[in-house]
Design a protein. Structure first.
Ligand code: SAM
Length: 221
């Protein structure tokens, strides 16, 4: 899978793309992630990428030309172009899984007051929000997309089966997890997890998943 990111702040991605599972997946070639500096497509000698909003109002809006130019330079027939936007459809587990089936994703990061609407209308295939709040820019949202999508790409996670029991995978939240020590500050690990009875452990985990989901996310049922 290939992911291209178009941003005014490419350096923001340095640590995220070099650490942990993502860093290893990129280094091994399992995943290809490239970050493109939108400023390179800026206009005039100041490489300008924004301007005042037509109709007046606060702040600056990102002009369409640099974004169209940057994306058209990267795009091919396989590309799925995503504009990160708080007005987009909310990214959820099933949306992440669907994105992971794409061969090539291009992520456009907005800044300032946002992006000229013609980008959403005539360039992007989808608009995605990572939550009902407003960030200063699309970079952190793009990182969320890259990390969540990459976990579905074969070879990125050490053990793909861990995806199957994780929160959100079957419309449920995960059961509580414990590790050593069995006693800590007077708090014990549930007896059943120490019993060695796999059937009972599975039943306990399923019941706990149901309970946690019912309590925390009644909207799931
Ligand atoms: N004025 C815009 C509005 O009210 O919808 C908000 C613009 S925001 C300050 C600047 C950029 O941050 C957006 O263009 C988008 O790329 C990114 N952004 C902000 N919140 C986001 C969210 N919840 N999900 C995805 N991207 C977001």
């Amino acid at each position: 899978m290939r992911i291209d990111i178009v941003t005014l702040f490419p350096r923001m991605f340095d640590s995220v793309l070099n650490a942990s599972l993502l860093g290893r997946a990129i280094e091994s070639g399992t995943l290809e992630v490239k970050v493109h500096d939108l400023r390179a497509h800026g206009l005039g000698k100041h490489r300008s990428v924004d301007d005042e909003p037509y109709g007046g109002g606060a702040g600056m809006v990102m002009r369409p030309e640099p974004i169209f130019d940057a994306v058209e330079e990267i795009r091919d027939e396989q590309s799925h172009v995503v504009l990160l936007s708080p007005r987009g459809s909310l990214l959820r587990h099933d949306g992440v899984a669907r994105l992971a089936e794409r061969e090539h994703i291009i992520l456009i990061c907005g800044r300032y007051e946002g992006v000229d609407e013609r980008v959403a209308e005539f360039l992007a295939d989808a608009e995605l929000s990572i939550g009902d709040y407003v960030l200063a820019g699309g970079e952190l949202a793009a990182m969320v997309v890259v990390e969540s999508v990459s976990r579905f790409v074969p070879g990125v996670m050490g053990n793909m089966t861990s995806l199957e029991s994780e929160s959100h995978s079957q419309g449920l939240l995960e059961y509580p997890q414990y590790t050593r020590p069995a006693q800590y500050r007077g708090h014990s690990v549930p007896e059943v997890l120490l019993s060695g009875h796999h059937g009972e452990v599975d039943r306990w985990r399923r019941a706990q998943s149901d309970r946690v989901t019912r309590e925390r996310r009644p909207d799931f049922s």
